[in-house]
Design a protein around this ligand. Structure first.
Ligand SMILES: [Zn+2]
Length: 164
């Protein structure tokens, strides 16, 4: 169950997303990785900034966590992210042995252009993983997180949709 610490860290992720919004070439998805009440690493989506399709907020943050902790396994950590992780980031989190993933806005809270796949969901990857110790929780501060993104019912022209 989310507690006040969860809210505090999600607010940090939201602040990072807003920082990204104000940064040329960055995208407003924020992420923090925390262990035992301490910040390990943080980041935002740098795909357009780096011309790197893997530079999602979660991947950027895990890379920093690896540098900081000198390991590629982040057992006992919680990852907070403003938007439900995509398949790539979910799988990377599984590889990274993240203990718990908490996201704000879910797939259904935002426009479908934010996701590449039709049906495969974060939950499917986690269910299929050789992990029974990975916890996934969504919907924390969902209103604030969803307000960072184009709403599900918005009429966005095809050529302005970045995932089409
Ligand atoms: Zn991703």
């Amino acid at each position: 169950m989310p507690d006040r610490d969860d809210e505090r860290w999600m607010r940090r992720a939201i602040a990072l997303a807003r920082q990204a919004e104000a940064t040329e070439g960055a995208n407003p998805i924020g992420c923090v990785i925390v262990r035992d009440g301490s910040l390990i690493a943080e980041g935002f989506n740098e795909v357009d900034l780096r011309m790197d399709p893997t530079a999602h907020a979660e991947i950027v943050t895990m890379r920093r966590a690896g540098e900081r902790l000198h390991t590629h396994e982040f057992r006992g950590t919680t990852m907070y992210t403003t938007l439900q992780p995509c398949g790539m980031c979910t799988m990377a989190s599984i590889w990274g042995k993240i203990g718990r993933i908490v996201y704000g806005a879910g797939r259904d809270d935002v426009h479908r252009m934010y996701f590449e796949d039709r049906h495969l969901d974060t939950v499917d990857f986690i269910r299929d993983a050789f992990r029974d110790d990975l916890v996934l929780e969504g919907g924390l501060l969902v209103g604030e997180c969803a307000s960072l993104y184009v709403p599900p019912d918005a009429n966005v022209p095809e050529d302005e949709q970045f995932n089409r």
